[in-house]
Ligand binder design. Structure first.
Ligand code: SF4
Length: 307
């Protein structure tokens, strides 16, 4: 007889997950989980799994911080999954941000829904979590007519799995009803930073007070939410990445398949990235990397994807 799919017998403690973006908000949560026993007991009393899905366009500083987080989690016996495409959890169509853009001669624009986040962050994260849960608890990772069946088996045995989301106080508008049935059925999303009233500054201060390393805010280098300061900084810090992004936009604007459609620029304001960069130079003349780093570190990014 095979083991029933929805009746677990694992006797393992329940699991909490942390959706980790590699920026200051999720870093504050990880530092609290490691260094504050009261917080850990309240939010993640059993097993803890930290998940970060890589978009293939992460900033160099984020990748450096991820290496630090890997060691930190290892030292504290926390499972950390850095989900890169080679692990097999990214779909064929969304191996990376540029993989998708190259396939379709497109580029992400503020004029359209941010499908990148759903396909490069959420989908690989849940596939990886499903595989991990199957392995830890001994559930079948897949079943006929049911994807992510280990997450369903877990929910049947333990109830919906808590998933901590690092939205800070002041970002309440990013909390939206779940769009995916598997999230509705198997996950319980929690927002401890909002509960605790910790905004970005509060996250920075919390990490510092706990003796942790505060990362730069994290989003893709080629994110349509980039500010004028972000463009200036990317030009100085990772000029090849900026060139690649401008090239992708130029390709999209010229591509025959998009002629006669709403063929918007990245920022959807009729200015190309190159023209936006020129304006940024005029508005903020002579800004150096040190000043731009300070601005990004303090203000964060303006990404408003919801979850
Ligand atoms: S950071 Fe920006 S480009 Fe990257 S997945 Fe999120 S919305 Fe898309």
């Amino acid at each position: 007889m095979h083991q029933p799919l929805l009746l677990g017998t694992s006797r393992k403690p329940p699991m909490t997950t942390l959706s980790f973006g590699g920026g200051q908000d999720s870093a504050a949560l990880l530092n609290l989980l490691i260094a504050d026993p009261t917080f850990r007991k309240k939010y993640a009393p059993g097993l803890l799994t930290v998940l970060m899905s890589d978009t293939g366009d992460e900033h160099g500083e984020t990748l450096t911080y991820i290496e630090h987080v890997k060691q930190l989690c290892q030292a504290h016996n926390i499972t950390f999954m850095h989900i890169t495409p080679d692990l097999g959890f990214h779909s064929a169509a969304w191996q990376s941000l540029y993989g998708q853009w190259d396939r379709n001669h497109t580029v992400q624009s503020l004029a359209f829904p941010r499908t990148c986040s759903a396909n490069l962050k959420l989908a690989p994260m849940f596939r990886a979590l499903n595989a991990h849960v199957a392995q830890v608890y001994g559930y079948a990772p897949s079943a006929p007519r049911r994807q992510l069946s280990a997450l369903y088996a877990y929910a049947a045995e333990h109830g919906p799995m808590p998933m901590m989301i690092g939205f800070a106080a002041g970002e309440e508008r990013r909390v939206k009803p779940a769009q995916s049935q598997v999230i509705i059925d198997t996950m319980h999303r929690i927002y401890p930073l909002i509960d605790l009233g910790l905004n970005r500054r509060g996250c920075q201060e919390t990490i510092h007070a706990l003796g942790g390393v505060t990362p730069y805010p994290s989003n893709c280098r080629s994110c349509p939410f980039a500010s004028a300061h972000d463009l200036l900084r990317l030009e100085l810090q990772e000029p090849a990445a900026l060139d690649r992004w401008m090239g992708a936009e130029e390709r999209k604007l010229a591509a025959p398949k998009w002629q006669g459609t709403r063929n918007h620029t990245v920022f959807a304001n009729d200015l190309t990235i190159r023209q936006s960069l020129e304006r940024a130079h005029l508005k903020y003349p002579g800004m150096g990397l040190q000043e731009l780093n300070h601005i990004r570190f303090q203000r964060g990014h303006a990404t408003t994807t919801s979850f």
